[in-house]
Design a protein around this ligand. Structure first.
Ligand SMILES: [Zn+2]
Length: 285
């Protein structure tokens, strides 16, 4: 009897569900390219590469319009890629590599190294650092006075993404972002695992994930920034993150982000969620 990997059956269905989620949000998303190209901003990225994946087009548009863009990367990216046994590249070497990749990617997007901050928190362990993270973000906001702040989506399933988004939302609720407007950009949002509860069978997990993502598609309202004429430059910028795109020479066993996931970042537009502050201080989408 031939061995059948059951995940191979579910994967295409999960990917189709994510494409449907994108289409449902994109169809209703108002095109705000003009408006979003203006305003100085601070991009908060949980890892090196999230700034390019989530906001590459936005950064280019703002820089073309002469706006100031600062990028702050929360974690050091040290826990990436192949395991040490295979790779041999660990710790400081990996951190240095990923800083260099971020600087190269941001240079293509129009942001110089002097406008990038590496906060240096350990990759994968942001939840234990929320006090320090909060203090660093508040200090950055005081120093840079951005009129807009962009952070990864609270619905991104990756724990560092959720932790960073949560800290920033709490600061927003407490009015500690210097009056800046807050936006979220989806990254792992486009991965079915962000919607699928853990510990369920393939089928039950799929059904639950489908229900969760459909519910969000009904409630969430995205806005769009078009990538007309700049999508190729965004691709080139992401290619600078060689350790994330599976192109790290000399590293056996290295795998990058899958093409079925990357496709969401090179469509005709980027999607964002504006996070409103309600009068009683609570935040909502
Ligand atoms: Zn990330």
């Amino acid at each position: 009897m031939a061995f059948v990997d059951l995940s191979m059956i579910w994967q295409p269905l999960e990917q189709a569900a994510m494409r449907r989620l994108w289409r449902r949000l994109a169809r209703r998303a108002e095109n705000r390219t003009q408006e979003m190209s203006h305003g100085d901003c601070l991009i908060l990225a949980p890892h090196p590469d999230d700034e390019t994946l989530g906001c590459g087009g936005l950064i280019m548009r703002k820089r073309e319009a002469g706006q100031r863009v600062h990028v702050a990367v929360a974690t050091d990216g040290g826990a990436t890629g192949a395991t040490g046994a295979v790779s041999g590249m660990l710790g400081d070497d990996m951190i240095k590599l990923r800083e260099g990749e971020t600087i190269a990617a941001c240079a293509l997007l129009g942001v110089s190294a002097s406008h990038i901050r590496f906060l240096g928190f350990p990759d994968g362990a942001l939840s234990a650092q929320s006090v320090g993270l909060e203090a660093q973000i508040v200090a950055l906001v005081q120093e840079l006075s951005p009129s807009e702040i962009f952070v990864c989506a609270l619905h991104d399933g990756h724990r560092d993404h959720v932790d960073l988004a949560r800290v920033v939302r709490q600061l927003h609720t407490a009015d500690r972002l210097g009056g800046a407007t807050l936006w979220e950009y989806p990254v792992w949002f486009w991965d079915f695992r962000s919607w699928r509860p853990e510990g369920l069978s393939n089928k039950a997990g799929f059904v639950a994930g489908l229900r969760n993502s459909s519910r969000s598609a009904r409630h969430l309202k995205a806005v769009a920034l078009d990538l007309d004429g700049i999508v190729q430059r965004k691709r080139k910028a992401l290619a600078c993150h060689r350790s994330q795109t599976g192109a790290l020479e000399g590293e056996l066993g290295w795998s990058g982000l899958p093409a079925s996931f990357l496709e969401f970042f090179f469509r005709d537009r980027e999607l964002y969620f504006e996070i409103a502050r309600t009068r009683d201080g609570a935040t909502k989408r």
